[in-house]
Design a protein around this ligand. Sequence first.
Ligand code: ADP
Length: 517
Amino acid sequence: MKKPLANIGILLLLIIILPPLFFTSYEIGNLYQNEKMIDSIYTRQLESVIFSINQYSDDIVSRWANQLENDIQKHNSVSKENIDGFISQNASIQLLLVADSVIINSIYHKKDNIEISDLNKDYFSNVINDNDKIIKRLIQYMDGGYRKIQPVDIDFPDHSLFLFAVKQSEKKVIMCGIVVNTLGFIKENLGPKIQSVARDEFYFSVFDNETDEEVYSNELYETPEKNIEHKKPLWLMPDYQLGIQIKGDTIENLVQERTNFNIWIILLMDLILLLAAILVYRSLRQQMKLAQLKSEFVSNVSHEIRTPLAIINMYSETLEMDRIKDEKRKKDYYRIINTEANRLSGIVNKILNFSKIESGKRDYKFLETDINIVINQVVEQYQHHFNRKEFICNLELADNLPKLMVDSEAITDALINLIDNAIKYSTDKKQFDIISGLSNKGVTVEVADYGIGIEDKYQKLVFDKFYRVTLGNLAHKAKGSGIGLSIVNHIMKAHNGSITLISKPNVGSRFILNFPL
Ligand code: ADP
């Protein structure tokens, strides 16, 4: 039976366990892939938000350039009144320079800005000269109808210069430069846009590239969860980076949490499958064991029935042929036939009993009974049998036992089964005791023998149907069907009682029936 079981085990492993295991490893791999994909999608989304802010800053300066161009074209020149108006309209604008290609014509600036003044005309002339290639390209673009805003490095801390071309007339393109206060531009011009994009969903911060210091934030108060990792340079202010973070948990954490959750679910499913496979395997093993025990039962019972039948057959044939003349021998033969017929009916009764119990059809008639009377009746009935087997039945019955509600017929069956076993499994000492008494739980009836005993590991199993201890010479040789003790166990349960076994190999066994009061 071990080999088919091992095969079933392997089959189960192949069918139930391996596919989910493959699936699990595949899914876990997939999850990590998905995690990466989701992460990259989120990152791209964040970057596109940053892109839209950058685009907006470009639009602001383009709008300024358009406004300037309109003014210049209207007056066909750059007049100080217009420029002053233009500069004062926008708080972040500090200075405007107008150049005829690479030669600075004029510089206009905020009156209160003492740092940037006419004195710096030379400085800006140098800047323009240093960037002549860029300027030529900007003019070229403008000729083609496209205005590009070009940030240019300057040595004024916290200020940024944007260069762009402007059409003075159909034929003439001039250069303009706007110097803004960088933080002013970020706060006043970009701030409203950042706030409208951020709403309650994002943290935005601007960082100084050099110091990595946060110079602007859309949040008034510091929050511990803020940890901005996604940063991109501001197009018009390359010395600064715009960072963004989703409020609440970070994307990495969200994705990680989801992935972990999914992995746990998959592992849980695997565990359930594994448990199911173990349960299926165990139940299969039990069924196979039962099937094996059943087939042994059939062969045991056939054997038990065949022997008395053969004896009856042989003796009755001899008698029928009238070969025996001696009356005493004839009587002996009749007696043997009678004994074997009794044995046969005992076996058949036992099987019928068992099948009734199995199909749940055994009815019990509980009547108030003196258990000692039942014991005495059984002993009386079987005394002849004990004598023939040369067994001593030692009775130790307690006086004044309370009466019990029992089915006497069932208890008789139980006692006969136990006595039968005591005789079957005894060796040299041909004695068994039947002891009745009171315990703290109720009345006990004990059948004790001095036979081969039962090893500890089999003591629970002997009450299972069809189970027989086949180790040891006598146990192996003794005929039996393996249903006797299971019948006794069932009868005791029907009486709300129990059966206890105390046994030691080669010392003997004590089967104790416990009846509750
Ligand atoms: P069986 O018909 O084989 O006796 P039982 O159900 O009555 O079936 O008993 C189950 C097994 O328990 C027996 O096969 C035997 O190995 C063991 N057994 C039962 N009674 C005794 C006993 N008094 N002494 C030793 N072994 C016993």
